[in-house]
Design a protein around this ligand. Sequence first.
Ligand code: ADP
Length: 456
Amino acid sequence: MTGRLIIASNRIALPGAPKPGGLAVALADALAERGGGVWFGWSGEVVERETRGVRLFAEGAVDYAVADLTQDEHDGYYLGYSNRALWPVFHYRVDLAHFDEADFAAYEHVNRRFARLLAQFTRPEDAVWIHDYHFLLMGQEMRASGWDGRMGFFLHIPFPAPEIFSALPQHQRLARGLCAYDLVGFQTHRDTANFRRYLIETAGAVEQDHRTLRVFDRTVRIETFSIGIDPDEFASLPDSEDGRAAADRLGRITENRALVIGVDRMDYSKGLPQRMEAFGRVLDDHEELRGRVSFVQIAPPSREAVDAYQQLREQLDRLAGRINADYADLDWMPIRYLARSYGRGSLAGLYRLARVGLVTPLMDGMNLVAKEFVAAQQPDDPGALVLSEFAGAAEQLQAAILVNPHDIAGTADAIVRALSMPVEERRERWQSLVANVREQDIGWWRKAFLAALVEP
Ligand code: ADP
């Protein structure tokens, strides 16, 4: 294929700014490898009145194009429909979802406006790759504006069971929108199966082969591409200046106690209250571990303008306070709960220092932290990973200690088991985990998706 690659994502990493993570680097690499292209998205700016067109930044053969959102668009499209309706429903939290027609109208409007802006950049031989739940309708709007070239979509969050998806008042509109793409990629086989089942049961889709459906007068390929990390980066970061400094600072306080670590954005999908309760249960039931183990949970608040996030913050403050009050001693604090964010180097240093990594979301698209934790371990003395069976990563990381995060007693048992796991077993499990993290890394993911997108 000779055309360029055109990428759209809500957030974009502009040239010159540090790339916030592996995904941004991978997409920049994909653009460079194709000999150029365009990366389009929201500027991150909220403005009083709609600004026309886009702002352009060039780096080599790649153009970065950004557009602002008005306050109403930001409230309706971003805070409203994306984060109060789609995010909770796709994470199985229909109880937290807020369905507001005005929010959906804003979502549709931004998808249409952005599609028109993006369509200006496309040439017939290009391939378009659109990302995530903010832009479910962008493909259909691109088609409406005349684009009929190759176009793929990747969903970074879970796709729920059809019965849950159908709770969205606009589910039919969204599903039809997704079928405007030639390729729709999901994180796990579970997500792929959910979307296929929805289309077959409710939209009369007909299977053409194990990955292609005929539906809404279109042929759509639906496939799993599990996103990965850059394992070399996380293997070397613990030895960086930041990595060592963070491990030194925490190591001085935890001393020779075993460290259990959790690192998450503060989100109700991450199972943070259940995780704290499970750690509390460990202390309730295991007197011998009191004073011998420290749990550090790093959880910077996010989306604070959304009510459910404020309530979670209060719940976590209370829980950590209670467990610490029950068990802390003059020289030991059971839970260090840090509602702030750390750089990647520091996190990697802490991952390596830890004996146990706790990654116990109630539902998660992939959960890259699980893979980062694995990659950062020392081969001869690796920490053990306790992983939720509902994290996307569980499909690949079967050698972790898998838990049901709703089962507090079971999770507590898993923590105790991880803490007492002999080094031989830790090594054996880690070998299997790291082999997967290395093989299916971020480069593998983007190449697999792009190959499927341009295949005839
Ligand atoms: P999500 O996309 O829902 O936030 P993931 O686990 O898939 O969850 O990805 C989170 C990314 O953000 C990882 O690369 C992780 O290192 C980073 N991250 C998560 N929590 C923190 C934190 N407390 N401080 C800094 N970075 C974080």
